[in-house]
Ligand binder design. Structure first.
Ligand code: ADP
Length: 384
C-alpha cells in the first residue's frame, strides 16, 4: 500500500492506495486558522495517523507532494537526510509551500522510519522546458546567483492529465501536441509536445501566468515599484496583495468561481469583469501556446473550474473555429466526467479530463519502487 500526503499551507490531503484502489482518503482543513480544532501541521498529521492507523499500516512507501524541487530534483526521489536538507534549502523559492511539505515529511519519517518516503515534485515535469521558455530576460549573473528562472508547477497533474487525454483519444502520447488548462484555486496552462512540457504559465513561483482565485497572475513588474514608492508598501505588503488580494477575489471580492458565476448571471458588474478577465487571460495563453506548438491536437480542461464549469470552457474557446477549436454545447453541458466536448472530426479535440493528484503521486511512487526493486527471483514453480 502507498500512503500519499499532500500538505498545503492550511490543509492536508491524504489518500491510501492498495494497487490501483483508493482504500481511504480525506482532508484536514483550516490548519492553524483561528477557531480551528487543528492548531498546526503536527496536529494534522496526528489526526491522519489516527484515521489510517499509520503505526501498524502495511505500507510499501509514503509519497509526499513537494511543490518546489528547484533545478536539482527532476524526478521522484527517495528522501534521506541530505534530500530533506536540499528541500529545506529551496524554501526561499517557495516560502508558502515547501515548509508545510517538509513538516509532513519530518513528522512521518519519525513515525514510520521503516518505509521509504518519496518526494514527488510539482516542478519536475517541467524540467524539459527549453531554455527559451525557462529563461527570464534578466541580468544573467543575477539570475544565476539566485536560481531565478521559470520552473513551472502543477507538473504531476499535467503529466497525469496528458496521459489520460492520450488514452481518451486512443492515440500514443508521443504523437500528441496538447495544451493542459489546470483551473483550480491555482491555475496554469501548459504546452506539452510528445509528453514533454515545452511551455508553462507559472514561473519562478506559482504566482505567474493566469488570473487565479486570489493570485494576480501576470502583472507588469513595475506595479510593485509604483506601489512601493507611492503607497509605501513593503515587500511583505506586496506579497500579500499579489497572493491574496488579486485574481477573482481582487476583482470582485469572491474567490469561489461558483459564486462569481452566480453573481455574474445576476448582472453584477464586478463579477462580470472578474469572469471576463479570467477567461480572456486563458484564451490569450491558448493562442500563444498554439503558436509555440505549431500544431495543436488537443486541449484538456482539468481541476475544479476546468472540470465543472461549462461556462468558463465555452467562453474561453468561443469563436476559434478558424483555429480548428470548437466546443459542442450539448457535450460541454453534460456527459461522463472524462469526455471529448468538441465536434466530431474537429482538428483540435477539446476534452474534459479530471485530475487526481494523489493518484498521480501514488503512480509515480509505485513506478520508482518498481524500477529500484531487485529483479524477482524465479522460483522452480515459476519455471514450469
Ligand atoms: P485546489 O486548487 O485548491 O485543489 P480545486 O481544483 O478544487 O482547487 O478548484 C477549486 C475551484 O473550483 C473553486 O474556484 C470552485 O469554485 C471551483 N468549482 C468547483 N465546482 C465548480 C462548479 N460546479 N462550477 C464552477 N466552479 C466550480
Amino acid at each position: 500500500m502507498i500512503l500519499v500526503l499532500n500538505s498545503g499551507s492550511s490543509s492536508l490531503k491524504y489518500a491510501l492506495f492498495d494497487g490501483a484502489a483508493r482504500v481511504a482518503a480525506g482532508t484536514v482543513e483550516r490548519i492553524g486558522e483561528p477557531g480551528s480544532p487543528t492548531p498546526d501541521h503536527e496536529a494534522a498529521i496526528a489526526q491522519v495517523a489516527d484515521q489510517v492507523g499509520l503505526s501498524t499500516l502495511p505500507l510499501d512507501a509514503i509519497g509526499h507532494r513537494v511543490v518546489h524541487g528547484g533545478a536539482g530534483f527532476q524526478k521522484p526521489t527517495v528522501i534521506d537526510d541530505d534530500v530533506a536538507a536540499e528541500i529545506r534549502s529551496l524554501i526561499p523559492l517557495a516560502p508558502l509551500h515547501n515548509p508545510a511539505n517538509l513538516q509532513g515529511i519530518d513528522l512521518t519519517r519519525r513515525l514510520r522510519p521503516d518505509v521509504p518516503h518519496v518526494a514527488v515534485f510539482d516542478t519536475a515535469f517541467h524540467a524539459t522546458l527549453p531554455a527559451a521558455a525557462s529563461t527570464y530576460a534578466l541580468d544573467r549573473a543575477v539570475s544565476r546567483r539566485y536560481g531565478i528562472r521559470r520552473y513551472g508547477f502543477h507538473g504531476t497533474s499535467c503529466a497525469y492529465v496528458s496521459r489520460r487525454t492520450a488514452a481518451l483519444l486512443a492515440r500514443p502520447i508521443e504523437e500528441l501536441n496538447l495544451i493542459v488548462l489546470h483551473l483550480g484555486n491555482g491555475a496554469s496552462a501548459t504546452a506539452i509536445q510528445s509528453g514533454r512540457s515545452v511551455e508553462t504559465s507559472m514561473g519562478l513561483t506559482p504566482l505567474e501566468g493566469l488570473a487565479m482565485g486570489s493570485r494576480t497572475g501576470d502583472i507588469d513588474p513595475a506595479v510593485a515599484f509604483l506601489l512601493a514608492r507611492q503607497a509605501g508598501m513593503s515587500v511583505d505588503d506586496l506579497d500579500d496583495l499579489y497572493h491574496h488580494h488579486g485574481g477573482l477575489r481582487g476583482l470582485c471580492g469572491d474567490n469561489d468561481m461558483r459564486t462569481v458565476l452566480r453573481r455574474a448571471a445576476d448582472g453584477d458588474g464586478d463579477a462580470r469583469l472578474a469572469l471576463d478577465v479570467y477567461c480572456h487571460r486563458i484564451r490569450r495563453y491558448v493562442g500563444a501556446y498554439y503558436a509555440v506548438l505549431g500544431r495543436l491536437d488537443a486541449i484538456a480542461f482539468t481541476a475544479g473550474i476546468g472540470e465543472n464549469s461549462p461556462e468558463v470552457r465555452a467562453r474561453t474557446l468561443a469563436g476559434l473555429l478558424r483555429l480548428g477549436i470548437t466546443v459542442d454545447p450539448a457535450r460541454n453541458a453534460t456527459g461522463p466526467a472524462e469526455r471529448v466536448i468538441s465536434a466530431d472530426g474537429a482538428p483540435v479535440s477539446v476534452c474534459v479530463v479530471p485530475t487526481d493528484e494523489e493518484r498521480a503521486i501514488a503512480e509515480e511512487v509505485a513506478a520508482l519502487l518498481n524500477q529500484s526493486a531487485p529483479a524477482p527471483v524465479v522460483s522452480s514453480v515459476d519455471k514450469t
